[in-house]
Write a protein that binds this ligand. Structure first.
Ligand SMILES: NC(=O)c1ccc[n+]([C@@H]2O[C@H](COP(=O)([O-])OP(=O)(O)OC[C@H]3O[C@@H](n4cnc5c(N)ncnc54)[C@H](O)[C@@H]3O)[C@@H](O)[C@H]2O)c1
Length: 264
């Protein structure tokens, strides 16, 4: 019961492959009360109501790029919880350029703006909304999900690489301000390739996955393992960790070359 008595908002559970879905299940198991949120279109297409039932959680729709939606969500969550909450998961990513298979050297800039807004600036919008409504309790924890393409080049990842670099920067910058204001910590978890709707939408996902599997001494980290790690970051055991990008990747990020890969 690492999260007994804690309350939080979980963004981004689309279906039971979503990393946010696993995190919601684990948070519930560990004693947390949660509110689930996703974009209105995802609420219509996905299966979030099954998760809501399982976790006894209300679902409040919000397009994470829309400040009015976010304010409505945060206010309603505070009403539901009877005050502030303790954690937020940002598990949101989408690139129209990647979806429409536009190469990095042929980006549509209107799409790029959407990629950055949905996948990175939304973290700022969520944090700013919470900050201004004083919604996150002292020693609260905010986690966003990132990928190593923020630091190294994976050509098939397209403009999502730029979004992840911005996401990690926003976590660092807001981590300072929210730490000073209310001892709220803000971190990103840089997760291994994981077979989800967003993951498998990346060109060459199977190659990414197999390559990382062979290069990582522990193998790729699963969505369930990511959920465990995330729970530790929402818990009181990691109170002094903030403004970090934390690799959760079986060791991949510190490898040069692996004989397992050469022997393939
Ligand atoms: N799957 C991977 O290989 C992998 C690896 C590292 C990091 N990540 C990151 O993990 C996070 C979760 O992705 P996932 O792999 O679980 O895939 P997913 O497709 O299940 O989740 C992505 C979520 O983003 C939501 N979303 C998209 N636009 C939105 C908007 N405007 N407002 C609110 N929500 C919106 C979708 O509805 C969906 O629930 C993403 O940030 C992704 O980049 C994924």
């Amino acid at each position: 019961m690492l999260l007994a008595g804690k309350k939080g908002i979980i963004f981004g559970a689309l279906d039971n492959n979503s990393i946010a879905w696993k995190i919601a299940e684990r948070a519930h198991q560990e004693g947390a009360s949660i509110v689930l949120s996703n974009a209105p279109v995802a609420l219509r297409m996905g299966t979030i109501n099954q998760l809501a039932e399982k976790c006894n959680a209300p679902v409040i729709g919000a397009d994470a790029t829309n400040m009015e939606d976010l304010e409505n969500l945060v206010r309603k969550a505070m009403e539901h919880f009877g005050g502030g909450f303790d954690f937020v998961l940002h598990s949101i990513g989408m690139s129209p350029n990647v979806r429409k298979k536009r190469d990095y050297t042929n980006l549509n800039y209107a799409y790029l703006t959407q990629t950055l807004d949905i996948s990175a600036i939304s973290l700022h919008k969520i944090l700013q909304t919470c900050y201004q409504l004083d919604a996150i309790n002292e020693w609260g924890s905010v986690v966003g999900l990132s990928y190593i393409a923020a630091q190294r080049t994976f050509p098939g990842y397209g403009d999502m690489a730029d979004a992840k670099a911005a996401l990690e920067s926003i976590a660092r910058s807001f981590g300072y301000h929210y730490g000073i204001k209310n001892k709220v910590r803000v971190n990103t978890i840089s997760q291994s390739p994981t077979a989800t709707t967003a993951g498998t939408g990346i060109k060459g996902f199977d190659d990414f996955f197999d390559y990382a599997q062979k290069m990582s001494p522990l193998g790729n980290a699963s969505a369930d393992a990511c959920a465990d790690y995330c729970i530790s970051l929402f818990s009181d055991l990691t109170r002094m960790v903030t403004m970090q990008n934390l690799f959760h990747d079986g060791g991949f990020s510190n490898m040069g070359l692996s004989p397992l890969f050469l022997d393939k």
